[in-house]
Design a protein around this ligand. Structure first.
Ligand code: NAG
Length: 185
């Protein structure tokens, strides 16, 4: 039988772990698997004005994700994120002009909320407005059914201007309804 003090200590410890564990908790409502290997997925939560997305990819390098009118690079609104060599999360708002590597938007509209990685996966959580007011972003309108494109590369970029273009893996997921169901407040 544990003595009283050790039981109290246990519950105090449990509360501390609980409080610190809350930092990255989001109540994601939807999730889609991106690839056949099932090692990469997107989860999201939206309200009337914004969307929060968690990308979990089976890579140690950069991950790319985009909203695409046609399921192709052309015209897509792209975000690239990674954890740099110092362990700091990085995010870059980009847009595809052609099939070349997407240039950075002059206005950055994605906000990094959290980043972590383990031996096999990188997990990045970010947020954006549905309508950013930037011509280099797509409006995610109230009936936003869209195609998602994704890519990743196991190289960690040296800087935001030196992202290795070649993808180790890439693909598209069609007809994803981003705004359903609505999040509870
Ligand atoms: C690594 O992270 C991924 C993504 O969160 C998770 O699915 C996997 O279980 C983690 N692996 C370990 C060994 O914890």
């Amino acid at each position: 039988m544990p003595t009283m003090p050790s039981v109290v200590q246990f519950f105090v410890l449990l509360s501390i772990v609980h409080v610190f564990g809350q930092k990255t908790q989001f109540n994601f409502k939807r999730r889609v698997s991106l690839n056949d290997k099932k090692n990469s997925a997107i989860s999201w939560l939206s309200d009337d004005k914004s969307i929060t997305i968690r990308a979990e990819y089976g890579t140690q390098g950069w991950l790319g994700f985009g909203f695409s009118p046609k399921g192709e690079m052309g015209g897509a609104d792209i975000v690239i994120a990674w954890i740099d060599k110092n362990g700091k999360g990085q995010i870059s708002d980009r847009h595809a002009t052609s099939n070349g590597f997407p240039p950075a938007d002059s206005k950055q509209d994605y906000k990094l909320l959290d980043s972590s990685k383990n031996a096999t996966h990188t997990v990045i959580t970010f947020h954006r407005l549905l309508k950013t007011g930037d011509k280099e972003d797509l409006d995610l309108t109230t009936n936003a059914v869209t195609n998602l494109i994704w890519a990743y590369n196991d190289m960690i970029p040296e800087s935001i201007d030196a992202i290795d273009y070649h993808h180790s893996n890439r693909g598209a997921v069609r007809n994803v309804n981003l705004l359903s169901p609505k999040a509870r407040n």
